[in-house]
Design a binder for this molecule. Structure first.
Ligand code: ATP
Length: 305
């Protein structure tokens, strides 16, 4: 796989306060990379550096083979940046916004390109409406459509679904997945674990100015440990009794009525646990397997760090 984005040992401080200490990452062509981090972790700072809007104190960024320090002009032609603040003009219609930008970017057949983008983002019916009348979700979709004018290879999205309702968010996720299917390379920042889980091929956790963990959503979840078998009992007395009988499985109490058991091999352990309980005539009223979530990874990273 060709590498599209390389960030090498980037550092950035503001008033002697280090925000990015040493950030390196690589993203392959056609991949979605989600950078996760809490408020103020430095996500926007990194995206601004990766798009040439800010020069870092140290380190380099290469986009599609172009080093931003020396080839910013060439690099700018291959990416688009969609920031947290919408870049659309309220007074113009959706169509006019797109045509204007297409002409500024010297796109041939600007009107046709605008019409196609409106259709792709399910905005054809609103094409002739002023943007001031659009809902938040429609504005965000138009904003994303704007960032695709000129058909860039690399797309940067800074917290793309912040402020959207669940329908607007699902819409945007669908569009982002379609872009990936068309071979676009996407770097997005998010505070939402679920968003990273749903969209990303690679996830990076930014904390204390560093990427403290990186991997696929599956690898990240493995970092949080194995699956857990959750057993629920009708009374706390039954739960206590079960706890004594299951000591060999290292059960942990989880609330008043639940027991939690880590299972390396889910089927074998679940069968063994249930068979032990049956032999002792103890019946749980419910049981289920819980896969680790990215929340667990966050907790794990906080514990380790
Ligand atoms: N131009 C600047 N001058 C001084 N401090 C700055 C500047 N830009 C960012 N910072 C500081 O750097 C830190 C990281 O900010 P940044 O906006 O990159 O975080 P973020 O992870 O994007 O946060 P959020 O999720 O809230 O958008 C913050 O403490 C912020 O106040």
């Amino acid at each position: 796989m060709t590498t599209k984005i390389v960030v090498n040992h980037v550092q950035q401080s503001f008033q002697k306060q280090a925000v990015l200490c040493d950030v390196s990452l690589e993203i392959g062509a056609g991949q979605i990379y989600a950078l996760l981090g809490a408020n103020g972790a430095g996500k926007t700072t990194l995206i601004r550096i990766m798009t040439g809007l800010r020069s870092p104190d140290a380190g380099t960024v290469v986009l599609d083979r172009y080093d931003l320090r020396t080839q910013l002009g060439q690099a700018q032609r291959c990416f688009s940046y969609n920031g947290q603040v919408a870049s659309v003009d309220d007074v113009l219609t959706g169509f006019e916004n797109l045509v204007l930008l297409a002409r500024l970017r010297h796109v041939k057949h600007a009107r046709q390109a605008a019409t196609e983008l409106l259709a792709q983002f399910r905005l054809s019916n609103a094409a002739k409406q002023r943007v001031a009348t659009y809902s938040g979700g429609m504005r965000r979709r138009l904003d994303l459509a704007m960032s695709l004018v000129g058909d860039p290879e690399i797309i940067f999205l800074d917290e793309p679904t912040t402020g959207l309702d669940p329908t607007g968010r699902d819409d945007l996720w669908r569009v982002i997945r379609q872009l990936r299917q068309r071979g676009k390379t996407i770097f997005l920042t998010t505070q939402y674990l679920e968003e990273a889980d749903q969209l990303a091929d690679q996830i990076g956790f930014l904390r204390d100015g560093k990427i403290v963990a990186t991997g696929t959503p599956m690898e990240m979840k493995r970092l949080a440990g194995s699956e857990k078998l959750i057993l629920t009992f009708a009374t706390s007395a039954a739960r206590r009794q079960a706890l004594e009988k299951l000591l060999g499985f290292s059960p942990q109490s989880d609330g008043d009525l639940n027991l939690k058991i880590e299972v390396a091999s889910s089927v074998t352990t679940t069968l063994a646990v249930l068979s032990t309980l049956t032999q002792c005539d103890i019946q749980p009223i419910d049981f289920h397997l819980a896969a680790p979530t990215l929340d667990d990874v966050f907790r794990q990273l906080t514990k380790v760090g």
